[in-house]
Design a protein around this ligand. Structure first.
Ligand code: M6R
Length: 643
């Protein structure tokens, strides 16, 4: 949520910053801004709306400075407006900051700072940071004291001593001021600051929200996500939690805070393997469609190397066979689409290993003191690997003594780093805000975990594991077959694009697929959708049904198929317009459904992997017909780094 970039080098900074922001736009897209050092001044431009609005205004400003910072915003505190867009400037306009995260004690700090004479121009929580830095900087560089109010402090600037030069191994004054400012903050942050007194320096700080620094031929780059720097720099330094950095035009230095002093530290380097195709839409109209079509590849890549001599191998789990055997409970924590993948996994884990498995939304888990013991295996599922609630839940589980296993798509992400073991979903960068291919990667990874637990508990014999694995691998081809024939999906989309609401139903595995199908529809088409276990429909939601009301039923072959069919008939009798996802060869279903989308026959355990594809395509098509922005739906952001 929110993306930040910085650049200090030999090129004009403004276009570099805007390009970086464009790549981070999926993190937030309600407003954006940059601040650039121009001679002895800072110049900033902020615009509401997409980065393209900011880009359009650049030529009017003739910015040539080669050091600056930028921000793309997802509003938390304060409406999306130019005043609330970052960068925020100090009262004197000599310091600018961008921030990603939340400052929880901003109200208290604001009132203290206002009493000291600071003038605020926004409603954001972030603005306190720049005023705190301004105060600290005045003390460090201009010998003001904490007792001076702002006017006194500004007066002393007239007789200021020039800011000291940055010396190797020594933090800049700006970084020291930033460190003093962060010592007053409660919350989470990735911050970049620049000051007209120390040209070419970007001071950086990180707590919880990610920040990376990359050394390029043209200068140093900073970003809240490697996506902005892929193809720009060969490797990045991942700033550690609580670390600080001074970034200058051709070098950077990392520091840790020790007893309020900044001491040189080492940052962790990470190579960026860049595949330019990932960031291109290619022949596809949007990234969501491209990513839906990548799912067969994701299945194959996620499974590669996982079956060895008839046994599932997940060495990254870092648990021995004996330790796995001692696991007596599994708790899966996740949010959104990742949570729906977890709902599927519960059935598989309990079915194959008979280990009780609970699935919980991370934002609930973290606040309810859950019962977790050292023999509980906690599995955290997160595409981005930086969802704030999931991270907090991981920390809580580890404090309680559990082993935490992360399932994520992003190499080196906080979930990967804070878990005891991690499995990567091999979806590659997912750019559309609505998750599709990462859901498939999660389903496949969780299925592998369920097979591993079944194997460890001795409930699945080698021959069964091999057979199940091969069937799982076949879903790649089955997904390809579904993607080749989408005409029934398009017809169904046309018939309910003007509806106001829709009900998704299913049982067992189908219930989880229905949940994910409803979420996809809501996210991209803004059509209200609700998912219900089909058997629950008559306990309330059936009252919604009137002639023409869309009911989307997951009715693939399963032990509860007949029951789902009865539920479809109950809806049909009341005039519902039924769209059914059914198994090829099901000749009877056509008499109860207005539209049938057939998918190949697969084992019930693997049906979510294939059954979700038509629902992803359906949601996208409806959104397209309703004129919605497919890749960047309103109000959403790809990484949810605030609670
Ligand atoms: O990155 P995560 O998997 O932790 O994100 C969780 C949810 O925010 C995410 O799945 C969200 O629901 C997607 N936009 C769904 O398409």
């Amino acid at each position: 949520m929110c993306g930040i970039v910085g650049y200090s080098g030999s090129r004009p900074a403004a276009p570099v910053l805007v390009n970086g922001l464009k790549r981070l736009e999926y993190r937030g897209y309600d407003s954006s801004g940059i601040a650039v050092e121009e001679g002895a001044q800072l110049k900033s431009i902020c615009r509401t709306g997409r980065i393209s609005e900011l880009e359009r205004s650049l030529p009017d400003f003739h910015l040539t400075g080669s050091c600056g910072i930028g921000h793309t915003r997802w509003a938390t505190h304060g409406a999306p407006s130019e005043a609330n867009a970052h960068p925020h400037l100090s009262c004197e306009g000599d310091i600018a900051i961008v921030h990603n995260g939340i400052i929880e004690n901003h109200a208290e700090l604001r009132s203290v700072l206002e009493k000291r004479g600071h003038r605020f121009t926004s409603q954001t929580d972030s603005e306190v940071i720049v005023h705190l830095i301004e105060d600290a900087y005045a003390r460090l560089a201009f010998q003001t004291s904490e007792d001076d109010d702002m006017e006194d402090a500004l007066g002393k600037r007239e007789e200021r001593t020039p800011a000291s030069e940055v010396k190797a191994g020594e933090p800049s004054l700006l970084l020291q001021a930033l460190s003093m400012a962060t010592s007053m903050l409660i919350g989470s942050w990735a911050i970049c600051a620049i000051s007209s007194h120390e040209p070419g320096i970007i001071a950086c700080a990180r707590k919880e929200s990610p920040l990376v620094i990359g050394h390029g031929a043209d200068g140093e780059h900073v970003a809240s996500d490697v996506t902005a720097l892929q193809g720009v720099v060969p490797q990045v330094c991942v700033l550690g939690d609580g670390q600080f950095a001074d970034v200058a035009s051709h070098s950077f230095a990392v520091f840790s805070s020790v007893e309020e002093r900044l001491i040189s530290a080492k940052g962790e380097m990470m190579r960026l393997d860049w595949n330019a195709e990932v960031a291109e839409r290619g022949r596809f109209a949007d990234f969501m469609l491209k990513e839906i079509y990548e799912q067969p590849r994701v299945i194959r890549d996620t499974l590669e190397g996982r079956l060895n001599h008839g046994a599932i191998t997940i060495s990254e789990l870092s648990l021995t066979h004996e330790e796995l055997n001692l696991v007596d409970r599994v708790v899966i924590i996740a949010c959104g689409t990742s949570y729906h993948a977890a709902l599927v996994a519960k059935n598989l884990i309990e079915g194959w290993s008979r280990i009780p498995c609970e699935v919980e939304v991370a934002s609930e888990f973290r606040y309810r003191d859950p019962i977790i013991t050292p023999s509980t295996l906690v599995v955290a599922v997160s595409q981005s690997g930086e969802t704030a609630d999931t991270l907090a839940a991981i920390r809580d589980a580890r404090i309680k003594g559990a082993k935490v296993f992360g399932i994520t798509n992003v190499i080196g992400s906080p979930v990967a780093r804070e878990s005891d073991g991690v499995i990567y979903t091999k979806a590659n960068k997912e750019i559309a805000v609505a998750s599709t291919k990462s859901f498939t990667g999660q389903l496949v990874s969780l299925t592998l975990l369920a097979l591993l637990l079944g194997q460890a508990k001795g409930r699945l014999k080698q021959a069964q594991v091999r057979m199940l694995f091969n069937e799982l691998a076949n879903t790649a081809e089955q997904a390809e077959a579904i993607l080749k024939e989408a005409s029934a999906i398009d017809e169904a989309a046309v018939s309910f694009k003007d509806s106001r609401s829709a009900l998704f139903i299913g049982r067992g595995m189908g219930a989880a697929v229905a949940e994910e199908g409803a979420l996809k529809l809501k996210e991209v088409s803004y059509l209200h959708a609700e998912a219900y276990p089909a058997g629950e429909m008559k306990h309330g939601p059936i009252a919604l049904i009137e002639p023409g009301f869309p009911v989307i039923a997951v009715a693939t072959q399963s032990p509860t198929y007949d029951k789902v069919l009865s539920n479809i008939q109950e809806a049909k009798t009341r005039g519902a317009m039924v769209v059914a996802v059914a198994t090829e060869g099901d000749e009877g279903i056509g008499q109860f459904a207005d539209h049938v989308i057939f998918i190949p026959r697969v084992r019930d355990a693997f049906s979510p992997i294939t059954a979700i594809i038509p629902l992803q395509l359906l949601a996208r098509k409806i959104a397209l017909l309703r004129g919605c922005n497919i890749d960047q739906p309103r109000n959403l952001a790809k990484s949810v780094t605030v609670e």
